[in-house]
Design a protein. Sequence first.
Length: 379
Amino acid sequence: MKSDSSPFTVKGSRRVLTVVGARPQFIKSAALTRSLKGSGWKQWLVHAGQHVDDDMGLDFLSELHVPMPDARIRPSQSGRSQRLSDMMLGVAEQIESVNPSAVVVYGDTDATLAGALAAHHAQVPLVHVEAGLRSGDRGMPEEHNRVLTDQLSDLLCTTGPEATRQLLKEGVSKERISEVGDVMLDVALAAKLLVHGRFPPLWPKEASQVLAVTMHRPATVDDPSKLKSALDVLSSWAERTGGQVYFPIHPRTKGNMERFGLNLPARVIDPGPLGYIDMQAALFHSDRVLTDSGGVQKEAWFQGTSAVILRSTTEWRELIKLGASELFDPEKLKASEGASELLERLAFDRTVPNVVGSGLFGEGQAAPRVLSALETFLT
Ligand code: UDP
């Protein structure tokens, strides 16, 4: 394990050490980074190195005006435990040299848990942004990361009332909870201003309808029969509607397609991994979304498009209640009836309610609220 860094020069007590390690966390951190600017706070951004592929990690930072990380940990990629422990030790070293007044972690990855453990061991106040989310699926490593990080956190910033209620139910005292909204909405709304006239690479402008797709979770793409069935559904959808499918294929999914001998069906376009703004543009311009991603299911709604979520559970139940999205268990894809059912679901087009005015997810004000919760908490 190696860690590259330069010494932190800021003196004084208002400094925060932020741990990010995977693409969604860089995106989430963009909102708070913007709020911190000019606030008197300094941030030290640590890249814990969970994603090693730079296409997936760093190339979109400039688009989001997020500075490059101040320190980069290079954990061993030889196994989950080794990687977790390398990330934790790397963050611990950073905490020791930076001496921050608080550590901020986002979401539910192994980098989140590594940052949380390191802050806890160093007895530095820990802030968890996106606290209290539960899918109820204990088979997901992310679910364990969420629960453990929440247990260790001192200030728990939630995205909405469901997450707040969950924490109260688990015995977290209400003084430690701040319901701020979703920082991803802050970033998505900023992106929405840019996407009207912008089309992502290879966008099928002439198509009558476009289905935007992302799939990368093991539960969808690691089983050859499910992955084949999902690709068949995309092909049938395009044939049936005369539309085109826009599918930026995740490296994991691409690797599996090669291994399982599965080709990209006709009328399905793969532009390769997209920059964040291009991804938002794809969601904005598409007619329907199919995704198994935690972030994209919300972003579809943020950009005004309804989604079928290829998962049996979601930690974003608001989306289902609101009628913006519906769940579809990928296990069903093992049977041909399941594939037909998914095709029917994708055909059903629904209009989604507006984000602004919904009262949900903080309506774009989550990051300033995290900052003010942090200030209140530390005084
Ligand atoms: N994303 C992106 N380009 C892509 C695919 C995804 O910028 O080609 C963004 C997506 O909009 C979301 C984030 O990456 O904000 C996380 O999505 P991903 O599917 O990688 O992970 P998950 O949300 O399931 O953790």
